[in-house]
Design a protein around this ligand. Structure first.
Ligand SMILES: [Fe+2]
Ligand SMILES: [Fe+2]
Length: 431
């Protein structure tokens, strides 16, 4: 209990006695005054009252003094209780602030620290004395100072708190720490802005771990892509020497998908993950050819009807193989798309393709994209058994197939990016 509260306690407890004392003094003075005015009546009579009216008057006044004293005592005690409760509450919150790992801070309108807990000092590696009154942006480089100022300004303008933003602080020993901070306004009872308050956490280690995890994930993706490409190439080599056919069609497929994603009809469907998946899985389109016999696969002349029926099975065989792998791995969306492509890359927009004879949008979009990429590359590339077709003739063939062999939207996206398609073909040209 503070000295102020102790004084309040003492003065409060004695106010009733004080009121009674005043009442007695009044009674005595009244008696003595009457004793001088009227000598016929002795002091005892004066003390008890010269008449019933006089006695009642004195009793009423005495009661008023007592009521006054008890009222003052009550008021003082209530105030004392309120101040004690406030002190206990402040003490409780002070202990909470000092015990939490997160830093709690308050800065004035100029961004200078006016209040903070020990965790802020620990996070920033500075003493209380150094931090008090110091500009919160003085531990940052220019970029982060600008970021902090923009955040404070936004909170001041909108009045809405900022739940979390990251800033890089340069600690006294030169190390950089990433601090996640919340910001909200401090207003007085009239609504005038006094400054900002918030909670700060050191998330440097978390960010480092996230970065390491991301790098690990990228390496894993790269090795996975390399393994898939190797596998797909082995399958492709059984058929004919195709050079960089697989590398090219995945690039074409990516460009077409990027262009289609600008179309509002596909914008929700084609996101960055979809584009990445189609890039990784397009090369698996003919994986089912590993199950086709050499006699059919490598036959120099035209295939008989029966042989062609066997050849067509590479779509379902490839799709089934990828389906089995997909069922044994979780969260690998590229395998789902790879399966669609393997099954349906010989379907035609008008329904005359195989293996299912699907029509239009019933054919998965990924397969519609890879179909065009595969046909384009096969036509513009030279093979051991055929010459390359003139580029203009290939484009004419594709335009003619718009709406029959190929999805019109896919053809439009392909033609819109023709410069990039040509550049890919030139860059990854077979030597
Ligand atoms: Fe095929
Ligand atoms: Fe192919």
């Amino acid at each position: 209990m503070t000295d102020k509260n102790k004084k309040l306690l003492i003065s409060g407890d004695y106010m009733l006695l004080f009121g009674i004392g005043l009442a007695i003094i009044y009674w005595l003075i009244e008696s003595v005054i009457h004793l001088f005015v009227s000598s016929d009546i002795n002091f005892l009579q004066q003390l008890l009252g010269t008449s019933i009216y006089n006695t009642y008057t004195r009793i009423i006044i005495l009661c008023l003094f007592v009521i006054f004293g008890s009222h003052v005592q009550y008021t003082i005690n209530k105030r004392r209780e309120a101040e004690t409760a406030l002190q206990e509450s402040e003490e409780k919150y002070r202990k909470i602030l000092e015990s939490i790992e997160e830093g709690y801070y308050e800065v004035d309108t100029e961004g200078k620290f006016v209040f903070f807990n020990d965790s802020v000092c620990r996070i920033l590696g500075v003493s209380k004395e150094e931090l008090l009154g110091r500009d919160s942006s003085s531990y940052m480089d220019e970029d982060n100072q600008r970021k902090l100022a923009e955040t404070f300004n936004e909170v001041a303008d909108t009045g809405k708190p900022f739940t979390a933003f990251d800033c890089e602080y340069i600690i006294n020993d030169g190390t950089r720490r990433i601090i996640e901070t919340s910001v909200s306004l401090i207003n007085d009872y009239k609504g005038n802005m006094l400054g900002f308050r918030g909670v700060a956490r050191d998330i440097t280690e978390k960010k480092d771990m996230e970065r390491e995890l991301l790098e690990y994930h990228k390496k894993l993706q790269a090795s996975r892509s390399a393994a898939i490409l190797g596998l797909a190439k082995l399958a492709e080599y059984r058929d004919y020497r195709t050079g960089s056919h697989l590398e090219r069609i995945r690039e074409y497929a990516k460009v077409i998908a990027q262009e289609l994603s600008k179309n509002p009809e596909y914008a929700d469907y084609i996101d960055a993950e979809y584009i990445e998946d189609i890039y990784n899985s397009a090369i698996l389109h003919d994986i089912g050819k590993v199950a086709i016999s050499d006699a059919i696969l490598l036959k120099p002349g035209e295939l008989t009807e029966t042989e062609f029926e066997v050849m067509k099975r590479h779509t379902t065989l490839g799709g089934q193989a990828l389906e089995v792998i997909e069922s044994r791995t979780q969260g690998q969306s590229f395998l789902t798309i790879g399966k669609e492509i393997a099954y349906h890359h010989h379907e035609r927009w008008d329904g005359s393709g195989y293996p299912k004879g699907l029509v239009g949008q019933a054919i998965p979009l990924s397969a519609r994209i890879v179909t065009l990429a595969d046909v384009y590359d096969a036509l513009v590339s030279e093979r051991s058994y055929k010459k390359a077709m003139e580029h203009d003739a290939v484009l004419e063939h594709i335009r003619e197939g718009r709406g029959t062999q190929f999805d019109p939207d896919v053809v439009d996206a392909f033609l819109a990016r023709m410069d990039e398609i040509k550049e890919i073909h030139h860059r990854l040209k077979d030597v």
